[in-house]
Design a protein around this ligand. Structure first.
Ligand code: NG1
Ligand code: ZN
Length: 536
């Protein structure tokens, strides 16, 4: 049970700095020196949430992902390894903003009674952090809260964000028919390693990839995972790890990593790979991955989340047909408005699969993906995964193959259900998924890139006086407010061949983002500039 005296004392140790905080798409995220009180209060909420769910284990991840080393952040993980239920984000915000220690205690009690939480129910929380220097101090704030709230807690130390999501699901499914894996970091490697080996059994070739780990937690974790994977000689993939310096946390995400590559449309300056060599970059907490290479003509080519989604959807479609399960496995792709229009067109026209567009934020994509038997979802920035419905899992597990070819496809499909992290986008798991697919298709980067041609596009960040003036509807593709803005954007878009553009308020930064694409580079830039002027 919660100890009121301890709660107030603990809060006094980590006072609210007089700022207004908001639990957003990435949890709370900011300069690390502002976070102590926030983490303390998130700890309290984790205990409340666990009690509300009768002692199911809740996860707390301390990370600021791709953001600079001096930032940090905190977010909650729900029992099945999903993001925190949306309605609870508001409680997180309320707690973070309680002005005084006493006000915090009163709010805790009020939430507890409003939400009909049994204060005597057990509370269980597990947590982990990325490699940031501020992480261990913030863990201290978190533990103070969990002690005050009377929650059982386990520190899993340094982990990638998806590893913590995995563990949360494992704890809560242990001993049930939905058991997800062993509740340990090693269990994660064993599960993925075994699945990868099975998925590679019927491959045509195998390749090599250089992985930039953003100098973050993904570096040591990928190196650990390699111990569980077959070597190149054993038919595995030759994975070379670079930018894995976590001894100097000030290097995290600096001039490297998935966000650097995606934003700057270039390889990390430290990269020494040769033309056509396969490269991938993870972000700081290893939940995003993008691929890239330099072409023969020395042009940088990015294969981002849209490309991974189309590759995965195409391969899963093949396996569905080859295994004789096609009619039981309705595959769909979920994207945001930032997906390149050519990728959407490719999925609908070439793969003949449905596409759903949702607002930005992984929770929206994840939710929509559950509407399919196999739901492939990726944000363009490289965060995503593939979800298998319970019915799909059952069909895949119980299907009787009618031929050796069906059997082979089925085995690969079964392996993928284990390889792909079902809780959240996972760069390590996604990386291996891509490698499996390229090995099966016997493709290099060129073949992958040549599946379709991206439309030239431009993303512009516009500083505005008040971003809350910009209210978007229709999966953020249209502005409802300010009045008249959308009509102006429509008029501009109409003047460009294959033109598409939208403006929306960022959920993570104080700005409006404008996206535009068109038939040529010049037109995309021009359209983006004009739409930016509409919102400016
Ligand atoms: P905002 O700031 O709401 O555009 C950004 C990314 C999202 C997602 C979130 C959460 C773009 C255009 N937006 O959202 O894709 O990753 O951060 O981290 O990249
Ligand atoms: Zn991340």
């Amino acid at each position: 049970i919660m100890d009121p005296k301890k709660l107030v004392e603990g809060s006094a140790k980590h006072p609210q700095p007089g700022k207004v905080f908001q639990y957003g798409t990435a949890g709370f995220r900011m300069k690390a020196n502002l976070l102590d009180s926030v983490v303390y209060r998130v700890g309290l909420l984790a205990a409340l949430r666990s009690r509300k769910l009768n002692g199911q284990t809740i996860g707390v991840m301390i990370t600021a992902s791709h953001n600079p080393p001096e930032d940090n952040g905190v977010k909650l993980v729900d029992p099945m390894g999903e993001m925190l239920e949306a309605s609870w984000e508001a409680y997180a915000t309320l707690l973070a903003n309680a002005a005084t220690d006493e006000a915090l205690l009163e709010l805790y009690k009020k939430l507890s009674s409003d939400l009909k939480i049994n204060g005597e129910a057990p509370a269980r929380v597990i947590f982990a952090r990325d490699t940031r220097a501020s992480g261990s101090r913030l863990v201290g704030c978190l533990i103070d809260a969990l002690e005050a709230a009377g929650a059982e807690h386990t520190d899993f130390k340094l982990l990638t964000t998806p590893q913590l999501h995995y563990l949360v699901r494992c704890v809560n499914t242990k001993g049930t028919q939905y058991e997800y894996g062993d509740v340990s970091e090693q269990g994660y490697y064993e599960k993925i390693g075994a699945a990868f080996k099975r998925a590679m059994k019927h491959r045509k070739s195998s390749g090599a990839v250089t992985v930039d780990c953003a100098n973050g937690v993904g570096g040591p974790k990928l190196k650990e995972l390699l111990k569980y994977l077959p070597t190149k000689a054993e038919g595995g993939v030759d994975i070379k790890v670079i930018n894995d310096d976590v001894v100097k946390p000030e290097n995290l995400n600096v001039q490297c990593g998935a966000d650097f590559v995606k934003t700057n449309q270039r390889a990390p300056p430290s990269s020494t790979t040769k033309p056509l060599e396969r490269c991938a970059s993870l972000d700081g907490d290893a939940d995003r991955v993008v691929y890239y290479f330099t072409s023969d003509e020395n042009i940088f080519r990015l294969l981002d989340g849209d490309r991974i989604a189309t590759l995965a959807a195409s391969f899963l479609g093949d396996l569905g047909r080859q295994s004789g399960l096609a009619e039981h496995l309705k595959i769909g792709v979920v994207q945001t408005a930032y997906a390149n229009g050519a990728s959407t067109q490719y999925v609908e026209s070439n793969l003949k699969l449905p596409v759903i567009c949702t607002p930005t934020g992984v929770k929206h994509l994840h939710h929509a993906a559950t509407r399919f038997d196999i739901g492939v979802y990726f944000e363009a920035n490289g965060h995503g995964t593939v979800l298998f419905s319970p019915a799909a899992l059952k069909a895949i597990a119980t299907h009787e193959p009618q031929s050796p070819a069906q059997q082979a496809a089925l085995e690969t499909l079964q392996a993928l259900t284990e390889l792909i992290n079902q809780t959240v986008g996972d760069a390590l798991s996604d990386l291996l998924l891509v490698e499996v697919i390229l090995a099966h298709k016997n493709w290099g980067m060129r073949e992958w890139l040549d599946t379709y041609v991206d439309l030239p596009n431009r993303l512009v960040r516009v500083e505005v006086r008040d971003r809350n003036m910009f209210v978007a509807v229709d999966a953020e593709r249209r502005l409802e407010s300010p009045p008249g803005a959308q009509a102006e954007i429509d008029k501009l878009v109409g003047k460009y061949k294959q033109g598409r553009s939208f403006a929306r308020a960022s959920g993570t930064e104080d700005a409006v983002r404008v996206y535009a694409e068109a038939a040529t580079r010049g037109e995309a830039d021009d359209l983006a500039g004009k739409v930016a002027n509409v919102v400016r």
